[in-house]
Design a protein around this ligand. Structure first.
Ligand code: ZN
Length: 84
């Protein structure tokens, strides 16, 4: 099965830790995933796969790696109404 990956910044641009990013790798088949701290230079522009989402939706995904991966894999109906 194909292994996919996604890297995203965890700290704001003004932070001294800006280059410390989260790197996720997962298998689309069995959903096994690993998350690690990765170093991405400040000058590297990362693709923001969540750019079109509301900040609330982004926050929800960024605080739950499993949901984030499901979203990136297009497996979730996360835009459907959910119980609060
Ligand atoms: Zn697998």
């Amino acid at each position: 099965m194909a292994v996919r990956s996604y890297q995203y910044r965890h700290y704001p641009a003004g932070s001294p830790h800006y280059e410390r990013c989260i790197g996720l790798s997962w298998c689309s088949g069995c959903r096994v995933y690993t998350g690690a701290m990765v170093h991405v230079p400040r000058t590297t522009a990362l693709t923001d796969a969540l750019a079109s989402l509301t900040s609330e939706h982004r926050d929800r995904l960024l605080h739950n790696e499993v949901r984030l991966i499901e979203h990136l894999d297009g497996r979730t109906e996360d835009d459907a109404p959910t119980q609060q």
